[in-house]
Design a protein around this ligand. Structure first.
Ligand code: PXG
Ligand code: PLP
Length: 442
């Protein structure tokens, strides 16, 4: 432990940190030097309860032995194998294990290194699929306001978070957006899925009428929006999107980067909501966040459409140096073993009622204007400080961190998504700490 604490760097300038208030951070740095199960250890030797599973990814908790061991072993046995025209056993084993877990219409997996890359891969599969089916006029992609699909150009084009888009020019052309589903005037403090807003799916019909179905390749949505501040789909909404896409021959892509791997109490949101997409985008919980890896799931129909032409020819011109990397594959297998052995992919369903009750008990705290939840996800929306948007939530984040609790904030919304191993006592501790933070004049 003392070695770890001594390894604190004394010059933080070179690293331009991602999605970080760099100047504030470097004046008052926050570093983690260790982690185990539900807790981080800070550079100043404190324990911090992980209320966010890192960045929504450490679903099995930290430094789990099966994952650590799998990585250690793989690193000494086969470190790297070329991803193109060659393979190694674990990438195939993993794909089969993933298909076993996935909704039953999913048949094949493409590997990536992140959620952002999974999104780009899914959009490219969708466009190329329409073309190989002789529907090359279907080039439009439809996203949604407030959607988050990573930070690469395709993802920010179909995404709908203004600050992630506005600096970067004209983006992909031929993209349109459905309205988001956040209706606080009607739905504030709803437990679970909101009653109002299911009809917003019909906005897709309007967009189809405007552009004509023959120009639209795919629709991409997060089943539950995470990054934008946790927006739970209204009742009936996802079913209706599915119906409209099917009716018009449009592919439906679910971005399950956050909802995948047990967050809602089923392996994937698709199963939780009983709505089947044509393509499913995942990352994060696939390796428990330990090694970068993503996976894109597609149906047999999509895959098989590409399997034509001479057999020595590449069927799909896409892939990454690290697609199905051996150490990442080993980490993912260790992760799936851990999920299976501890029933973690359904555990959120068991603890969700307790989670919901404790979360909504914060309703009486000052400046709380909405509380939302589903599975092991929670959000508390705060009234912004006049003229200083985002500051109230950021203050809450700093105070919680100093008090031994990790929360995540976006705008003036606090998002919670603890590892799926959290106990009832730790849920109590989390909300006791958060209540103290919210009561304390932030
Ligand atoms: N799609 C969705 C739905 C996501 O939530 C990505 C794609 C991109 O994944 P990568 O691995 O490229 O980051 C994400 C990522 C937050 C937060 O606090 C959310 C994400 C990442 C970092 C922070 O809400 N989501
Ligand atoms: N840039 C250059 C110059 C490359 O040679 C490559 C891959 O060979 C890439 C980018 C893409 O890298 P990756 O496959 O890791 O996404």
């Amino acid at each position: 432990m003392s070695n770890r604490l001594n390894s604190t760097p004394n010059d933080l300038r070179a690293f331009w940190m991602p999605f970080t208030a760099n100047r504030q951070y470097k004046k008052e740095p926050r570093l983690f030097v260790g982690a185990k199960d539900m807790h981080y250890t800070t550079h100043d030797g404190r324990q911090v309860l992980d209320g966010t599973a890192g960045l929504w990814c450490v679903n099995a908790g930290h430094c789990r032995p099966k994952i650590t061991e799998a990585i250690r072993e793989q690193a000494g046995e086969l470190d790297y194998a070329p991803a193109f025209q060659l393979g190694h056993p674990k990438a195939f084993e993993l794909a089969n294990r993933l298909i076993d877990l996935a909704p039953d219409n999913m048949a094949h997996v493409l590997y990536t290194n992140s959620g952002s890359e999974s999104v780009e891969t899914a959009l490219k599969v969708a466009l190329a699929y329409q073309r190989v089916k002789g529907q090359g006029s279907r080039t439009r992609l439809i996203g949604r306001e407030r959607g988050y699909h990573g930070v690469n150009f395709g993802g920010i084009s179909v995404g709908g978070i203004v600050s992630n888009r506005k600096m970067f020019g004209t983006l992909l052309t031929g993209v349109d957006h459905m309205p988001h589903t956040h209706q606080p005037a009607k739905n504030a403090f709803t437990k679970g899925m909101p009653e109002h807003g299911g009809d917003l799916a019909d906005e897709l019909e309007r967009i189809v009428t405007l552009h004509d179905a023959s120009t639209i390749a795919a629709v991409i949505v997060e089943p539950v929006s995470g990054s934008t501040g946790v927006l739970i789909p209204p009742k009936g909404y996802l079913q209706r999107l599915r119906e409209i896409c099917t009716k018009h021959g449009i592919l439906l892509i679910f971005d399950e980067v956050i909802t995948g791997f047990g967050r809602l109490g089923a392996p994937f949101a698709s199963q939780y909501f009983d709505v089947k997409p044509d393509i499913m985008v995942t990352a994060k919980g696939l390796t428990n966040g330990v090694i970068p890896m993503g996976a894109v799931f597609v149906t047999a129909e999509i895959h098989d459409a590409f399997m034509q032409g001479p057999e020595h020819m590449i069927e799909f011109f896409h892939g990454y140096t690290y697609s199905g990397n051996p150490i990442a594959s080993a980490a993912a297998l260790g992760t799936l073993d851990t999920y299976r052995d501890e029933n973690l992919l359904t555990r959120a369903a068991e603890i969700a009622p307790y989670w919901e009750e404790k979360l909504h008990s914060l309703r009486d705290c000052p400046n709380v204007i909405d509380i939302r939840n589903l599975g092991l996800i929670g959000a508390i929306e705060l009234k912004p400080i006049d003229g200083e948007p985002t500051k109230r939530a950021f203050n809450a984040f700093l105070n919680a961190y100093n008090d031994g609790l990790l929360i995540r904030t976006t705008g003036d919304i606090i998002a919670l998504s603890p590892p799926l191993i959290i106990t009832h006592e730790q849920i109590d501790e989390l909300f006791d700490k958060l209540r103290k933070v919210l009561m304390n004049n932030i």
